[in-house]
Design a protein around this ligand. Structure first.
Ligand code: GLU
Length: 430
């Protein structure tokens, strides 16, 4: 199986739409145009060649990127993804979302994002390790625990982070594991980090259901994407009593009105790698899943999944964006008209970077928290972030959508920090 590159979906340029959205939020909040000047482009964007000796003896040179968008709050922070569909523009947008996400949830990091353009499904484990080490050799000089801290993202995991920590430490000639988060526990990882994005999304969905007066424990949920985020969120929803009526991954989807057996499905996916072949439930497509009649829809896959061509079919009451950028601006407009609440990605999936922050703090302290402490702090952060943003949205831009409210709220905080640091000589406001 290869990672599909959907040419149609690539048409939506997420950098252009993100810049439009940032500008719109700045205008609505009456902020200085200088704020836009600071946010419109990454502070540093690096493209490198990643030469790798493949297992068959040939050499391949992959393209690697790191986008360091803004560090007004602290070191750049954000995932490293391995995917054939990454472009320099999409990566810039992803790094901008990290800046907005960190600001919104109140962790003292800036925004960054990295990628290697490759098809991870076609790589052996050794090739994956060599790509990772080669990436660090090429970009290690602009990484560091106080400079830029990568983390897992699409098709990268704790093992990849451990290779980064190891390669970086040998280049620095000292153990320096704080250069990445999302590491295995044995090398300075944090309990609960692996499931943090899914758990954060769960807390946010519960708050959103409360705000919309939907009885959460009886809600019917559909989840697109069953990787780390989707499967962990599914497990937590099911444990809470919610009914997961459908899930999907790149192998297809499954639907069962009475609810899928999530622990069994997770077992199946752990053994086979995919949802396909699970013996219970009706086979559906990804498109079918998005159009199901449900209370909460969780897009937990890639960008641009809910777009102008299918948004009108969505029947959920609430969408909680576990993925980064799953909804296009055109779809946002349609969903708003249908009175569907979209809890935006920069809020809904910020649980991952929040626990990354906890991991970084523990690495700095040389001390580790237990799972109950991590989860409690995560819950507090997510609930507070949801309430702050929802309140801000209701007060300031209810005619618009929650994404606009989240952008305004986040950019206000960034502007305040810029002002104190002396980046806005003419003040925060226009
Ligand atoms: N890749 C995750 C995200 O997009 C986590 C980033 C991090 O922990 O730094 O939010």
């Amino acid at each position: 199986m290869t990672v599909e590159v959907d040419k149609e979906k690539k048409k939506d340029n997420i950098l252009e739409s993100t810049l439009r959205m940032i500008r719109h939020a700045i205008d609505l909040a009456n902020l200085s145009p200088d704020v836009y000047e600071h946010l419109k482009t990454p502070m540093r964007f690096v493209e490198v060649a990643i030469p790798v000796e493949m297992e068959d003896g040939t050499t391949k040179v992959f393209t690697g990127y790191r986008s360091q968008h803004n560090n007004v709050f602290g070191p750049y922070k954000g995932g490293l993804r391995y995917h054939p569909d990454v472009t320099s523009d999409s990566l810039k947008a992803l790094s901008m979302w990290m800046t907005l996400k960190c600001s919104l949830v109140g962790v003292p990091f800036g925004g960054g994002k990295g990628a290697v353009v490759c098809d991870p499904m076609k790589l052996t484990i050794k090739e994956r390790e060599r790509i990772t080490r080669s990436y660090v050799r090429a970009l290690g000089s602009i990484l560091g625990p106080e400079v830029d801290i990568p983390a897992p993202d699409i098709f990268t995991d704790a093992q990849v982070m451990a290779w980064i920590a190891d390669e970086y430490s040998s280049n620095m000639r000292e153990p320096s594991f704080g250069v990445v988060t999302g590491k295995p526990l044995a090398v300075g990882g944090c309990v609960g980090r692996n499931e943090a994005t899914g758990r954060g999304c769960f807390f946010v969905a519960r708050e959103a259901a409360k705000a919309y007066e939907i009885p959460f424990e009886h809600s019917r949920i559909a989840i697109q994407g069953f990787g780390n985020v989707g499967s962990n969120a599914a497990r937590l929803f099911a444990e809470e009593g919610c009914t997961i009526i459908a899930v999907s991954d790149i192998s297809g989807g499954l639907y069962k009105e009475e609810g899928l057996d999530i622990p069994r499905l997770i077992d199946h996916v752990n053994k086979t790698g995919f949802i396909k072949g699970f013996p219970d439930g009706e086979v559906i497509t990804n498109e079918d899943l998005l159009a199901l009649n449900c209370d909460i829809l969780i897009p937990a896959a890639l960008e641009n999944q809910i777009n102008g061509s299918n948004a009108d079919d969505v029947k959920a009451k609430i969408i909680v964006e576990a993925a980064n950028g799953p909804t296009t601006p055109e779809a946002d407009q349609i969903l708003k008209e249908k009175n569907i609440l979209v809890v935006p990605d920069i809020l809904a999936n910020s649980g991952g970077v929040t626990v990354s922050y906890f991991e970084w703090v523990q690495n700095n302290y040389g001390f580790s928290w237990d799972l109950a402490t991590v989860n409690k702090h995560l819950q507090d952060k997510m609930v507070e972030a949801f309430r702050n943003v929802y309140h801000y949205y209701c007060e300031n831009c209810i005619d618009s959508d929650m994404r606009t409210g989240a952008y305004m709220y986040s950019i206000m905080r960034l502007a305040e920090a810029m002002q104190y640091r002396g980046w806005l000589r003419n003040g925060i406001y226009a």
